[in-house]
Design a protein around this ligand. Structure first.
Ligand code: 28F
Length: 668
């Protein structure tokens, strides 16, 4: 009874005129977002459009991270609108004591506000710029929010009004009111990103699905349901829930590799207001992989948290090596790199006021994070290695470090020699590599071409002012199973490193890159797929920035030549489907002749130029690491020991029309 009274009172309050007057000032608050969307959402391209979704999802994830929700649903509709629902406490509907406006209205109309980011319990809110829901409202055609709490369901609505230079957005069109009863609690937000802001861009099914899967790994036990109503059948709905959270993440990541021990090492703790969760698992690989996150955002460029992690691992394991006698008094400490050989680690830091730096703003800058992570890892990994029941695992790690050091020392001379060879720029490449004459790096392109004959055609056909050709004779070495020192013995690999001019591995410096585009040109058959995979693996492992910053492309030679008999019109098709389409356009199969190209080698220089190299006509596919774990999985699959899976994969993907999981098709 008392509850009902309170309810009625609230229902009345939200409709008072004073409240509407207040909302005008609130409106002006959103104007800057509309004026300079990029400042608030990153950009108004696909990335920005997806950030709209992440901002709302982040709020739901925060509610889950605080222990109030365990189910989050995301639906994309045919009109491009998005609906996000959680089963948390529901957004507050009572009036803010000073502002006299319902909490839910503040969430969607106050920049940098909503209390969300001031409230201690919400101290780890994520989001690119941490401005949240009001920005999404400002950049939407409409936004409807519902809150289910205290037995009621409440709704508030906003929309943009006007047109041209007079658009006002986030205007309150439906003040908060009770629309009915609710048997559960939770929040729902339904919004339509404004197509006048996000022009000609669409939400991508895979991007959203991968992000939600990632969030499911990072938030153990929370169920994420993704529905894309633009799709049909089994593909339209996906559900992710990982009881084991980051432990499941690392298992998934190392799936298909030989792991040194089944149960990942788990570290979790708090220091100086910074939360850390980390998992470690070793494989028989020769490199290390650290995947790090801050507030659920991937930090691809690393930063202070990674530095703190590495430094603590080095310290703890060197101490263990001394304790167990693996290192004698006279021995030098192991290097961090030796100690991390074969290590996979996933690190998640949650902190307030995270500062992001670096070229892609994915590098954590806060020094406090280094200290905090270092403290927690020192303490917990220290305890782990002290624990007798982990003795075998610790012995494995130290033995691996010892071998890594031995190999490193043994091959130091060989490496020095290889490096020296490389530094004799050009000499190692004589007769093979055809450099471009132009010096404008931003225009320069390097084609890595499968086979000498195709290489020859490419050299003749190219525009030498900006295109360089590097023909590959044999197959480049498989680098999954090799240390960098051995890779340098491979002539093909050395040529690539030398030609690109930016070093390799830890010495790789993208600032010295001589070519803006590195284009792999291989046949559309199994051999070609293999060569592409080998090269991509190499770039992925030893020049990752090259891929991350979008410099690597796959060239697409045409698969078919279609001649119209009567008019002699000639068209080229790059896929089976395109071939069918072209045949239709030229009047059907009776009026054309079709030639299928078996390989690059069949094309003469001018044809190769016209169809595959000329920027005006060609199709390139940019290689894009959308989901690092998928890419890693693919690399492992293609390069690892599991021959059967590898065979299956190559057969399945030898069809050039299917985009490899690595790649996102972008016509350039
Ligand atoms: C569909 C997206 O946005 N879920 C949210 C809550 C819950 C609270 C809240 C949100 C706290 C102080 C305002 C409830 N009860 N899903 C969401 N669930 N925001 S957003 O509070 C926001 C601020 O002022 C909530 C008690 N405390 C907080």
């Amino acid at each position: 009874m008392a509850k009902q009274e309170k309810q009625d009172k609230q229902d009345k309050q939200v409709n008072t005129p004073a409240y509407n007057a207040d909302s005008i000032t609130v409106l002006e608050g959103l104007e800057p977002v509309r004026k300079r969307p990029g400042m608030y959402i990153g950009d108004t391209d696909v990335r920005g459009l997806h950030h709209m979704v992440w901002e709302i999802v982040d709020n739901a994830v925060d509610e889950a991270a605080n222990g109030f929700a365990d189910r989050i649903e995301v639906t994309v509709y045919k009109d491009g609108s998005v609906r996000v629902t959680d089963n948390g406490r529901g957004m507050p509907v009572d009036l803010h004591p000073e502002k006299k406006v319902p909490g839910i209205e503040l969430i969607f109309s106050q920049l940098h506000a909503g209390g969300k980011f001031d409230n201690k319990s919400y101290s780890y809110a994520g989001g690119l710029h941490g401005v949240g829901a009001s920005v999404v409202n400002a950049l939407s055609r409409f936004l409807i929010a519902e809150s289910r709490r205290d037995g009621g369901c409440y709704r508030i609505g906003f929309a943009s009004t006007g047109e041209g230079d007079h658009i006002r957005s986030g205007v309150l069109t439906e003040p908060l009111h009770r629309i009915g009863d609710a048997s559960d609690t939770g929040s729902t937000v339904h919004f339509l990103p404004d197509d006048r802001v996000f022009v000609d861009v669409k939400l991508d099914y895979h991007t959203i699905s991968q992000k939600l899967r990632e969030l499911a790994f990072l938030n153990a036990g929370v169920t994420f349901v993704f529905t894309d109503e633009r799709r049909q059948g089994d593909d339209a709905r996906q559900e992710f829930c990982y009881r084991g959270g980051m432990r499941d993440f690392i298992r998934h990541f190392n799936n298909g590799k030989a792991v040194a021990y089944e149960e990942p090492i788990v570290i979790s703790g708090e220091s100086d207001g910074i939360l850390l969760e980390a998992v470690i698992q070793h494989t028989d690989a020769y490199s290390d992989t650290i995947i790090s996150y801050v507030n659920n955002i991937r930090t691809a460029e690393g930063g202070t948290h990674e530095t703190g992690f590495k430094s603590a691992v080095t310290k703890v394991l060197n101490a263990a090596a001394r304790d167990t006698g693996v290192l004698k008094d006279k021995d030098e400490n192991f290097t961090g790199e030796d100690l991390r050989e074969g290590m996979t680690a996933v690190i998640l830091v949650k902190m307030r006021d995270a500062q992001f730096e670096g070229q892609t703003k994915t590098k954590l800058g806060n020094i406090t994070a280094k200290v905090a992570v270092e403290n927690i890892v020192n303490d917990q990994l220290g305890r782990y290695v002290q624990n007798r029941s982990n003795a075998d695992i610790v012995r494995f790690m130290l033995e691996k470090a010892r071998q890594a050091r031995a190999v490193r020392e043994a091959s130091r001379k060989a490496t020095a020699l290889a490096r020296k060879k490389n530094s004799l720029d050009g000499i190692a490449l004589v007769g093979k590599f055809a450099a471009s004459t132009g010096r404008d790096v931003s225009k320069n392109e390097m084609f890595i071409v499968e086979g000498d004959s195709a290489g020859g055609s490419a050299k003749q056909g190219r525009d030498r002012t900006f295109q360089a050709i590097l023909p590959l004779r044999g197959k480049p070495i498989n680098c999954e199973r090799r240390r960098l020192e051995h890779l340098l013995d491979n002539e093909e690999i050395r040529s690539i490193i030398t030609a690109l001019g930016a070093g390799v591995g830890n010495d790789f410096d993208i600032a010295n890159l001589k070519y803006d585009k590195v284009i792999i040109l291989a046949d559309a058959d199994q051999d070609g797929a293999h060569i592409r995979a080998l090269l991509l693996t190499f770039f992925y492992r030893y020049m990752r920035r090259l891929i991350e910053e979008g410099h690597v492309y796959i060239g697409m030679p045409p698969l078919y030549k279609v001649d119209k008999k009567s008019t002699k019109e000639v068209r080229y098709a790059y896929s089976d489907r395109e071939c069918d389409q072209v045949v239709q356009e030229l009047g059907g199969s009776r009026s054309v002749s079709i030639q299928r190209y078996k390989g690059l080698g069949e094309m003469n220089p001018s044809l190769l130029w016209e169809t595959t190299m000329n920027p005006a006509h060609r199709t390139l596919v940019r290689v894009n690491i959308e989901d690092i774990s998928d890419a890693e999985e693919l690399v492992t699959l293609l390069m690892g020991d599991d021959a059967e899976r590898r065979r299956e994969y190559i057969i399945e993907h030898a069809d050039f029309n299917k985009t490899d999981a690595f790649m996102k098709k972008v016509k350039v």
